[in-house]
Design a protein around this ligand. Sequence first.
Ligand code: KG4
Ligand code: ZN
Length: 348
Amino acid sequence: MKILGIESSCDETAAAIVEDGRVLISNVVNSQIDIHMLYGGVVPEVAARSHIEVINPVINQALSDAKLSWNDIDAIAVTYAPGLIGSLLVGTLAARTLATLKNKPLYPIHHVEAHVYANFLNVTAPEFPLLALIVSGGHSQLVLFKSHGDFELLGQTQDDAVGEAFDKVAKILGLPYPGGPSIARAALEGNPKAYALPKAKMHGAYDFSFSGLKTAVLRAVQREVGVDFTFPSHDLAARLNDTQRVDFAASFQRIAIETLVDTAERAFRDYQPKSVVIAGGVAANSELRRQLSERLPLHIDYAPIELCTDNAAMIATLGYYYSLVNDPVDPYELEVVPSLSMTKTTWA
Ligand code: KG4
Ligand code: ZN
């Protein structure tokens, strides 16, 4: 069964074709990073307009890269939640129209759940029970999957997502958007023990918090350059020298990643899953991969970087497993849900 996946929940317009949830046939991602770089972050209106411009070419490219025609496509899977409303509307409207015109079954897919499914395209698919650390710009969660569609949220961030913390700290340090890759790059040159930063203590055993760490970086930078909290934060970065900048990046990254790995290790000990996967944009971080592999006593197969950040291959992959047990949605009825969290399964 060949499924066309469509993804447009944030700032990537993507289409991909996956066979039987295992074989990636084509994978097209149009990133808006260059556009949003001008503003230092994603501007929702600008994102939606850019999706409109490229959605059809991106879908056509996925078909032509795969050397397939519409006759070869068995179903369409599309991200309907969560994300920016204007962005979600573009992808879902394209999917609804194509499902109607081409007479294909349509499956609504949850973006965050789909991130986990990038790992099902690995050489060996992960086994259940599966512990997933989902870490992106909008989410930081630990989820235990007992089988496809049957999951339990063990813990989540109580404030900022970890990717959001990377993005905000990058701004404080004057590193370019998107902050995650910039901090990771700068950290390679820095001393991760240069600055002592705090780890948040949480009530819930598997919960996270990152806003205190971000504020601690801000205060430490102010102290380091000799100004107080009244000094405009957008002028701080210019006062840091290169050594201080890379040392802050490395020190922040160490604590942020240790926070994730401490919690994942606790959940691993308590639930003894058969496999562990990481998912979402921050799963691209090599320090996270290094620390996890060092501390967990099992082999972890990491997804390639391009399948960690937003893409439609993960949408088509989850779409396959979803279609095995769920009915398709009526294309005239499908609505977007911008703020649907992954607290409980939405499967049949
Ligand atoms: O999953 P994603 O592409 O979009 C969302 O659904 O949020 O994740 C984007 C997030 C951004 O916050 C970005 O800074 C972060 O993932 N990110 C990274 C790395 N690459 C992307 N964070 C840390 N290290 C990286 N190498
Ligand atoms: Zn994402």
